[in-house]
Design a protein around this ligand. Sequence first.
Ligand code: DOR
Length: 435
Amino acid sequence: MKTLIKNAAVVLPDAVERVNVLVDKGVIAVIDAAVHTQADEVIDAAGLHLLPGVIDDQVHFREPGLTHKEDLRSASRACARGGVTSFLEMPNTRPATVSCSALHEKLALAAERSLVNYGFYIGATPDNLAELQRARRTPGIKIFIGSSTGNLLVDEQEALERIFAETSLPICAHCEDEATVRANAAALNGGSDYTDHSRIRDNNAAIIATRRAVELAERHRHQFHVLHVSTAEEIEFLRTTSDLISGEACPHHLLFSTADYARLGSLVQMNPSIKSLADVAAVWQGLLDGVLEVVATDHAPHTLEEKQQPYPQSPSGLPAVENSLALMLNQVHQGRCSLAQVVQWMCAAPARIWNLKAKGAIREGFDADLVLVDLTLSQEVRNEHQLTKCGWSPWHGETLTGWPVRTLVHGRTVWCEGQLDERVCGREIEFDRGD
Ligand code: DOR
C-alpha cells in the first residue's frame, strides 16, 4: 500500500519544507516525491504541518492489574488522538514488570491491544539483577530511587551499586530521596492538605536523589536518564554532568506550579510534586538551553473517585498523553519555543536516547509514524472528550491552539478528525544497541 502525503509543510531534521512524502509498506520511501506519483491513497495536507509521531518515553498504562484506571487499549486510543505513535511504559503495574517473563507477557498483551507502537521498561528490585542482565526486548531499566505509586523501590546503596556496575542496558530513574520524603512527612504528621505534598516531596528530596544517581552512573560509566526533572537545583546540577546523562521535563512541571493547588487540588498532585514558579522558569530554561533533552508526560491516570480522597490518601498522578503535543504546540503558538524544538524534545531525542530503530524523524527508510497538525486550530480540552479511561484532564476548560488532526502508524491512519480506526495495530519497538 502506497500513501502520498501532499502539500504539507514537512518538519525534516534540519528544515521545514513543503515537499510531498511517499509512504510505501509502512516506511517513508521518498521525501520530495513528484506531485503525480502513483499511490493507493492521497492525503491532501494543505495548510497542515507533518511531524514525526511523538515518542512518549514515560507513561503508566496500568495493564496488567490496575485496569480500572487505564488499559493498553484505552491508553493507546488516547495516544492515537494525541499524535503519540510510540510509547515506552513503566513497570509499576500489578504484577510489576521485574522479570523477563512479565516483560514478555506485557509485550504479548500489547500486540493484541495497542493501536500504536509499544515498548516496556524492566523494573529494578534489590534482588533481580539476573533478570536485568538477561532482558533484551526493552528500552532499559527503570529504578524507583524514591517510592511512588506501587511498591518498587531500590534505596540501598549496595543494590544500586550492583545495578549500575553489572548491567548494560540504559537506566532511567525516579529521583526523590526516600529518607528526605519520610522525614518531611513525619515533620508534617503525614500532611493534611494537597499543598503539603510539595513540602513533603520538596526540592531537597529531588536534588539529593538526582545527585546520588548521577554520581553512580558517572562512576560506573553507565548511560542514565533523569526522569521528570522538577527543580532549579537539578537544572543547575545537570549543567555540569557528562554526556552519559540526559534529562527530561514533563508538561505538568512546565505548566503548573504550587499556585495551582488552590484551583485544582489533588488533580495536580504528582510525584515529583509540582514546584514554585521559579522552578517552573528554571525547568523551561533547562529545556531551552539543552540541559534537558526530552519532553514526556509521565501519564499516570487514577479515577476521579480515587483522586477526590482527602490528602494523603489521594494518589499521585495525572493523565496527559492525549494532550501533550497540543500543550506544547500551544507553547509554540505563544512564542515560548519553536516547532523544531518541540519535534526535537518529543520525537528525535527520545528516539536517540533509547536507541529506537528507524524512528523519531522524517527520513527516507524510517518508519512512517507520522502526525499531521493544524497550528491554527483552537480547541478546548474537555473532560467528556478524553479517551483515557480515567476520563478527566487537569487542563479541562483550557483552550489550546495547535492540535494533531491525523495520526499514522506505519503508514496507516489510526486517527483522523475525531475518528479512530481500531483495526490499526501498533508493533513492538526495536532497539538498535548492537546487542
Ligand atoms: O505521580 C506519579 N504517579 N508519579 C510516578 O512516578 C508514578 C505515577 C503512578 O504510577 O501513578
